[in-house]
Write a protein that binds this ligand. Structure first.
Ligand SMILES: Nc1ncnc2c1ncn2[C@@H]1O[C@H](COP(=O)(O)OP(=O)(O)OP(=O)(O)O)[C@@H](O)[C@H]1O
Length: 336
């Protein structure tokens, strides 16, 4: 049974630049009477996933029967290593295609939609700063995040004046965002020289260049020192203030509790629980699959080995796709 929601705007960070009151209240009120059941319908779903599966060889990475994401809220996606969170992100942003199933955004079927089209329709994700992107300046990274410019049209590209006007507008927009994220003084620095927290800020700022409606953040707090954590949390809450729908993957349960209006828990590719943050720690299936083993006790040597091996696999995978992602992003940037 749903419990009483937490008091409106009750966040531990208090860091939101614009005050976290009304939109959080709205998001929580909308979800207040929604039962804590896997696959439950939301009052105003922006994203609806149906029967999505993704297998790698014999391994089922994702098998989600039905999932709805409430518009204008912050949804936290949690689960143990290998639960399928990143794969689901890849599917929802067109970077991977499911073996079966479909998903819609604003009622529109998004099956087989390429990543740049998904982004143009308003669903964007943050990208970790790959090695290739580290070698670009902060401003160049921002300009790669721009899309929908006039320069992308062939006919308009024949009229250089229009293209240049667009480039100028993009640069102005990039500088506004860099100012908001306190990175304007770093605009000409190579992105690779930024601290962990500044990189996360840049990843978020870059995603905002395309005026998204849904922002998907992959571990926005990973590797961020405590000094910048509050600032980053404030920026995530600000996205909700501005009416965006936020979905984020995060391992830090304090962060999840602090900013989520709703939490979705995955394990072995499936959604095993969903509900407001306070429902999650009471859920036995979640404690068994995740919280008990993962968070309430230090990692055992065996778990540490497993996490390290997973990290090594991720790094190897990232190095493999590094050039690919960069070249497609760079192409999107130069195409316009
Ligand atoms: N390209 C791939 N090729 C083969 N296996 C993959 C691939 N991508 C993901 N997997 C596997 O699918 C499963 C789900 O992985 P995924 O990265 O989505 O999990 P996750 O929940 O994001 O984990 P983490 O929290 O560790 O990032 C894992 O067993 C992973 O090894």
């Amino acid at each position: 049974m749903p419990a009483e929601p937490t008091p409106a705007g009750a966040t531990s960070s208090g860091a939101s630049a614009s005050g976290a009151g009304a939109p959080r209240r709205l998001a929580q009120a909308a979800l207040r009477d929604v039962p804590w059941e896997v696959g439950v319908a939301k009052p105003d779903a922006a994203v609806v996933v149906d029967g999505i599966t993704r297998t790698f060889g014999g391994l089922t990475a994702v098998a989600v029967d039905h999932l709805e994401i409430q518009r204008g809220g912050i949804t936290g996606l949690i689960g143990p290593n290998g639960a399928g969170k990143t794969t689901l992100f890849n599917l929802l942003t067109g970077f991977d295609q499911p073996n079966t199933g479909s998903w819609t955004f604003d009622g529109r079927d998004m099956g087989h939609t390429a990543p740049h089209q998904v982004a143009r329709l308003g669903v964007v994700r943050t990208f970790q700063l790959t090695k290739a992107l580290s070698r670009l300046t902060v401003l160049q990274n921002m300009l790669l995040g721009a899309q929908g410019q006039r320069g992308e049209s062939f006919l308009r590209a024949l009229i250089p004046g229009t293209w240049r006007a667009q480039e100028k507008a993009n640069t102005e927009k990039a500088m506004d965002l860099l100012q908001r994220f306190k990175l304007d003084a770093k605009k000409d620095d190579f992105a690779g020289t930024l601290s962990g927290g500044q990189r996360k800020l840049l990843e978020m700022a870059r995603a905002l260049m395309s005026d998204p409606k849904v922002v998907m953040l992959d571990e926005p707090m990973a590797g961020v020192n405590p000094a910048l954590t509050q600032s980053l949390l404030g920026h995530v809450k600000d996205l909700r203030e501005q009416g965006m729908t936020v979905i984020f993957v995060e391992h830090d349960m304090d962060v999840v509790r602090d900013i989520s209006d709703w939490v979705v828990v995955m394990a072995a590719g499936r959604v095993i629980a969903e509900g407001p943050p306070e429902s999650i720690s009471q859920n036995q299936a979640v404690v068994d699959a995740y919280l008990g083993a993962h968070h309430d006790a230090p990692l055992t040597a065996e778990e540490e080995d497993r996490v390290l091996a997973q990290a090594e696999r991720e790094i190897a995978r990232e190095e493999n796709v590094d050039g690919e992602v960069f070249s497609s992003e760079a192409k999107e940037g130069t195409d316009r």
